[in-house]
Every structure is written in structure tokens, then in C-alpha cells.
Design a protein around this ligand. Structure first.
Ligand code: FAD
Length: 157
């Protein structure tokens, strides 16, 4: 791999990430967002994933990989939405029995936090519908619920 910032003849890192910092200082946009070596598929061939704001040209690939590119698969995936900072978020609870698991995504968007958000919604739903929760009889700190007689029979012990 040939990048000006890499020391020639040294082993390149398996992942390169760029930031927007240079642009903020009046410089040029980075040529790519990330370059990562994913695995060796035979003796002399590696799978390398490159993500960039615009498709990178064949010439660019040839230059960066010293003319050793064997095949290229390009996937246009408009995967970098503009997410401006905000203080307004959609409601977690939309209506009775109706919750929006992704309400926190504009605040923090990861698989882990979304898993927790989904778990919390199940907890809220249990609490609303059955006065129960995933881990025990009540969501901690929640006020006791009043159950109409029709719902009381659905209550999970
Ligand atoms: C570019 C990008 C990079 C990211 N990188 C990371 C990362 O490196 N690590 C990380 O942890 N998180 C990352 N995230 C965030 C992560 O992808 C989300 O937090 C996570 O996918 C949210 O999970 P989800 O199941 O709530 O929603 P989704 O994964 O969006 O799943 C919702 C599913 O519902 C389907 N669907 C929508 N409407 C309907 C409908 N009406 N009927 C049936 N199906 C429907 C959709 O097709 C989709 O499959 C990234 C997000 C983006 C956009």
C-alpha cells in the first residue's frame, strides 16, 4: 500500500481511518473514510474493504495498491447520513401498547445501545400491560400501577 503518510517499506496497518479534521482547518477532504484488510483468501490475495464518500477510481486503486489489484467489487451504499446534533427526540412511548424502539438512535446509534433500548421497551410493555418486568415483578423505581379488573387476570406472577 502506498500512502504518503506511511513510512515506505514498512508493514501497513490492517486498518486506516480518516477524520474530517483537515477539512475543518481549511484543507482537503480525505480520499477515503476507511481502508481495512479483512482476510487472506489465498497465498497472495487479501480482501480489502474501502469506504469513501465518492467511488474511488481504478487509477486510485492501482496507485494505492502498487498495481496489485486483482478484482474490485463496488457497492454504492448511501451509508453516511448527515446527523446534526439535536436536543429533540421522538417519544419512546407513542401510545398505549405502542413503543418506538429507535427513539434514541438520533442520540446514539449503535447495535449495543439499540439492543438495550429494545430490551427497555419490552420491559415498559410488560410493565404497562401486566404490571411485571423482564427481571422481576416491577421495573425498578416505577410507581405501582392500577389495574382495571380486565387486565388484572393477565398479570404475570
Ligand atoms: C452507516 C452506519 C454505520 C453504522 N455502524 C455501526 C457500527 O459500526 N457499530 C454499531 O454498533 N452500530 C452501527 N450503526 C448503527 C446500527 O446500524 C443501528 O444502531 C442498528 O442497526 C439499529 O438496529 P435496529 O434493529 O433497531 O434497526 P435496523 O437494523 O435498521 O433494522 C430495522 C429493520 O426493519 C426493517 N423494516 C423497516 N420498516 C419495515 C416494515 N414496515 N416492515 C418490515 N420491516 C421493516 C428494515 O428493513 C430493517 O431490516 C451504524 C449505522 C449506520 C447507518
Amino acid at each position: 500500500m502506498a500512502f504518503r503518510s506511511l513510512v515506505p517499506n514498512t508493514k501497513p496497518p490492517s486498518m486506516l481511518l480518516t477524520t474530517w479534521e483537515g477539512v475543518r482547518r481549511g484543507g482537503k477532504a480525505p480520499e477515503f473514510n476507511s481502508v481495512s484488510y479483512h482476510g487472506k483468501i489465498n497465498e497472495n490475495e487479501w480482501v480489502v474493504k474501502i469506504s469513501s464518500m465518492e467511488p474511488v477510481s481504478d487509477e486510485w486503486l492501482e496507485k494505492v495498491f502498487d498495481g496489485q489489484v486483482t478484482w474490485v467489487y463496488r457497492k454504492e451504499w448511501d451509508a453516511y447520513p448527515v446527523l446534526p446534533p439535536t436536543t429533540e427526540f421522538p417519544p419512546v412511548k407513542v401510545d398505549t401498547g405502542f413503543y418506538y424502539v429507535n427513539a434514541f438512535e438520533p442520540f446514539i446509534s449503535t447495535m449495543e445501545t439499540e439492543t438495550i433500548a429494545a430490551r427497555n421497551v419490552v420491559d415498559l410493555l410488560f410493565n404497562e400491560q401486566y404490571g411485571s418486568s423482564i427481571c422481576g415483578s416491577r421495573i425498578s423505581g416505577s410507581p405501582p400501577l392500577w389495574f382495571p379488573p380486565t387486565l388484572a387476570s393477565k398479570r404475570i406472577p
